[in-house]
Design a protein around this ligand. Structure first.
Ligand code: ZN
Ligand code: ZN
Length: 588
């Protein structure tokens, strides 16, 4: 399970693909047979899932089906539907109320996945309108960049996987029907990128491998056909793009209220509707902005004794933030400073008795390995479900490859205060701590289908909780920066809902981000683009956070003097990475 790189979110990749030679792997339970236990069901389900979705199994690190490339044609969709229905029938043989708490959550996670599969194929249909669904590069790159196999082993897998590439792109062309312009353009760019994976170097690797001469010839032929198929797909999309522009009949990237609510329900698995969540975000934006104005009024004379505060609140807040951002670490100290902060966070948590930290599982802070770089920033690498023995790392990328100007802008963004909030979010007691707890209620289902909104929501929740408990000594500067950081999460929700449901224009979107959330134009433009190429995902941070926070406040009210923050945290995390709405039910 891989966590976030600054601002980029964890996406649960639901690969709606399957291998072509799967016979049904599930055995119907005859009346006289004993009902399998839930753990037997879970194990069978996962094995069947991987067999049915080889591409997904490859990303989970399962390893057995890496050489398979699924042709995404109509027959495959029928197979996926049959799989989902058969597994749902097996699942529904269990009485959910008779299951243990942990199994109950697994039940809901599996049910959600299977129902989402049916909905995606039958209702959402992005297989028709999103040409960027089709790109073979990822699976090949994953084999080629693998760290545990020899070149000979890799080449053998690639040879098998190449076979279906032409059929794959033929099926893609057959599927596409009135796509969005944005996804068409994205697909063109990304498939051009695919050519850098299936390149001459790969051919040379095969030529030098221990394949037989016949297989070497086959490899070369298949590679040529694959490259031709990708080029043909790019040409097809380029023609299509011209036609969509000329005719003005591309599909809108806005999915509309009905589909949005459905997708929100499947992806976030929230106790609120998307509409309710958006209303909460709008109220939070106003509340947070009002707090920022109060802090600015208070701090202005401290920093600008001889300068009048601007008339506009917005300008005053922005002016103060810009001024404060100058306080940051030196570029060469970036990694060391993060390392140094982790023990401080631990100490604070112990002192305030906020949550038990497992001393036997220390967090390893390291410089991001070269092969993982590409973004500056920080991320958590947790072992996947099939390599549990690995450490959990806090990867921090040094600013080595930045120009002075880039480094300065980056350090101003991750200034003295924000850097501490980042460490809370990524490490302690954010993602890293949540992971340690999550691993204590181990279930393969949860580690594969864990709820992204809960995971991100927890990290965002801890930022605020730590400040409320006095981390940073209630320094107003710290709160101001926190609010700016939090506004980003809030506005992502408003932007996504606004764009997808309420026809928000680009002008309105940029105004929201730049004038109401203090973002730079480049960041705002990038966010706008991302919001036209995804739906719901941008809301996951805020949704999870809001739901956890509301739940805590409700518990406080209910328990009065008996409420204990540490106990709340530990109970909350004890259910694994489960959707907040189920944790809520189970805690009641
Ligand atoms: Zn500076
Ligand atoms: Zn995160």
């Amino acid at each position: 399970m891989k966590k976030t790189v600054l601002g980029l979110a964890v996406t649960a990749v639901v690969a709606l693909t399957g291998c072509q030679n799967t016979a049904s792997t599930t055995t119907p339970v005859a009346a006289e047979q004993v009902q399998p236990s839930f753990s037997e069901f879970s194990n069978n389900f996962i094995e069947a899932l991987w067999k049915n979705s080889p591409e997904w199994s490859q990303y989970a690190g399962y390893g057995k089906y890496d050489h398979i490339l699924t042709v995404p044609d109509a027959a495959n969709r029928q197979k996926q539907i049959a799989f989902a229905k058969a597994q749902l029938a097996l699942l529904q043989q269990f009485d959910v109320n008779s299951l243990s708490t942990s199994d109950k959550i697994d039940y809901y996670l599996v049910e959600n996945l299977l129902e989402k599969t049916l909905w995606s194929i039958n209702e959402f249909k992005s297989w028709q309108w999103n040409p960027s669904n089709y790109n073979v590069a990822g699976g090949f790159a994953k084999i080629i960049n693998g760290r545990f196999e020899s070149d000979d082993e890799k080449v053998a897998k690639v040879l098998k996987k190449l076979e279906n590439v032409p059929a794959y792109y033929q099926a893609a062309k057959n599927n596409i029907d009135t796509p969005t312009l944005e996804f068409t353009q994205l697909a063109i760019g990304q498939n051009k990128g695919a050519l850098s994976v299936l390149n001459d170097k790969l051919g040379e690797k095969a030529a030098k491998s221990n394949l037989s001469d016949a297989d070497k010839a086959l490899f070369s032929k298949r590679l040529d056909l694959a490259v031709a198929a990708i080029n043909e797909y790019i040409n097809y999309l380029s023609q299509l793009e011209k036609q969509l522009v000329a005719d003005g009949n591309a599909r809108s990237f806005r999915i509309g209220e009905a589909l949005y609510e459905q997708k929100f329900a499947f992806d976030i698995q929230s106790g609120y509707s998307a509409k309710e969540m958006n209303a909460k975000a709008i109220a939070d934006k106003d509340r947070v902005f009002a707090e920022m104005i109060k802090i600015t009024d208070k701090l202005w004379p401290k920093y600008f004794a001889n300068k009048a505060k601007p008339q506009s609140d917005r300008d005053a807040v922005a002016g103060l933030i810009n001024h404060l951002a100058k306080k940051h670490v030196k570029r060469d100290d970036f990694v060391d400073e993060i390392k140094a902060q982790i023990p401080d966070l631990e100490k604070f948590i112990v002192e305030k008795d906020l949550i038990t930290l497992d001393a036997e599982k220390p967090l390893v802070v390291r410089e991001t390995p070269e092969y993982m770089r590409g973004f500056a920033g920080a991320s958590i690498s947790a072992p996947g479900p099939y390599d549990k023995k690995e450490n959990t790392y806090y990867n921090v990328t040094p600013l080595d490859n930045m120009t002075d100007e880039q480094a300065e802008s980056y350090l101003r963004e991750y200034n003295h205060w924000i850097l501490q909030i980042l460490n809370i979010h990524e490490a302690i007691p954010g993602h890293y701590t949540q992971l340690v707890y999550s691993n204590e209620s181990p279930s393969l289902i949860k580690s594969i289908l864990g709820n992204g909104a809960m995971i991100e929501g927890w990290a965002v929740y801890t930022e605020r909780m730590m400040l409320e408990e006095g981390y940073g000594d209630f320094e107003p500067e710290m709160w101001l920066m926190y609010y700016k950081w939090n506004l980003r999460v809030i506005c992502n929700t408003i932007l996504d809902y606004g764009i997808q449901v309420n026809n928000m224009t680009k002008e309105e979107g940029l105004d929201l981000l730049m004038n109401q959330a203090f973002q730079e134009r480049t960041e705002a433009e990038g966010k706008w683009r991302r919001a036209t190429l995804s739906q719901v995902q941008l809301t996951s941070y805020y949704s999870g956070y809001r739901e956890i926070y509301d739940h805590r406040e409700a518990q406080k009210k209910k328990l009065g003097n008996d409420f204990d923050l540490k106990q709340f945290h530990e109970t909350f995390l004890s259910y694994g990475s489960a959707p907040v709405k189920y944790v809520k039910q189970l805690m009641q």
